[in-house]
Design a protein around this ligand. Structure first.
Ligand SMILES: O=C(O)c1ccccc1NCC(=O)[C@H](O)[C@H](O)COP(=O)(O)O
Length: 228
């Protein structure tokens, strides 16, 4: 199970997430209560284990800006919160010679139809530049760090089906916390999960107790699922 702890703003939080077994730590370069600068992240990433992915979250669609920030900040992955755009994906891949792993976000809103979601998910998961698709909740036009879930009941069967059909990797995000992460894993059987606000004490500050509980519960859920 790929466990991503997003929206870190300082070394202490990112290092604790890594120590507690996170697969990836994220940094938000998009407009947010948790926004960080390239310089801040460049001072954090050298102190993190090489085995932990360092993910930059972007809403910009300028490939030059993304690649430059990734190089300077020491990122290993980029999470694109902009709409699926093969040209953008290919431009980043070409400029980094495929060395930067790309996660494509797919927003799920109340008015997203099953067919819309199926098409978007299928397109992302079958694009050669996309390592994984991240399903996140969108509410009132806002997405990312909302702390809200999307409609799991309406989407779970479809998401499981497209994962199986494509063999692609899906991350579930949006409103996860220590209490519902196991249910999310049972519901979607995803490749990974991602959380920001559900393990915070205040925006931009992680709560060590919630963080530990989230990671323990996610790992336990995986064990139960594999054994069944
Ligand atoms: O976290 C933010 O503030 C944010 C703002 C704008 C774009 C993306 C953002 N976060 C990206 C993430 O990967 C979050 O982990 C994901 O959206 C889930 O957030 P949450 O619902 O708070 O767990």
């Amino acid at each position: 199970m790929f466990l991503k702890i997003c929206a870190n703003t300082n070394l202490e939080d990112a290092a604790l997430a890594a120590e507690l077994g996170a697969s990836a730590v994220g940094f938000v370069f998009a407009p947010s209560k948790r926004i960080v600068t390239v310089e801040q992240v460049a001072a954090i990433t050298p102190h993190l284990p090489a085995t932990v992915e360092k993910v930059g979250v972007f809403t910009t669609t300028d490939p030059g800006e993304i690649v430059d920030a990734a190089k300077r900040a020491g990122l290993t992955m980029v999470q694109l919160h902009s709409a699926f755009d093969p040209q953008l994906l290919e431009a980043i891949t070409t400029r980094t010679e495929g060395k930067l792993t790309l996660l494509q976000v797919i927003d799920v809103a109340a008015d997203t139809t099953p067919e819309e979601l199926r098409l978007k998910l299928h397109a992302a998961l079958t694009h050669p530049c996309v390592a994984a698709a991240l399903l996140d909740a969108s509410h009132g036009g806002a997405s990312g760090g909302t702390g809200k879930t999307f409609d799991w009941d309406a989407t779970a069967a479809l998401v499981r089906k497209v994962q199986t059909q494509t063999g692609g990797q899906v991350l579930i995000a949006g409103g996860l916390n220590p209490h519902n992460v196991a249910e999310a894993i049972h519901t979607f059987a995803p490749w990974g999960v991602d959380v920001a606000s559900g393990v915070e004490s205040s925006p931009g500050a992680k709560d060590p107790v919630k963080l530990r509980e989230f990671l323990v519960n996610a790992r336990h859920a995986k064990q139960v699922r594999s054994a069944s």
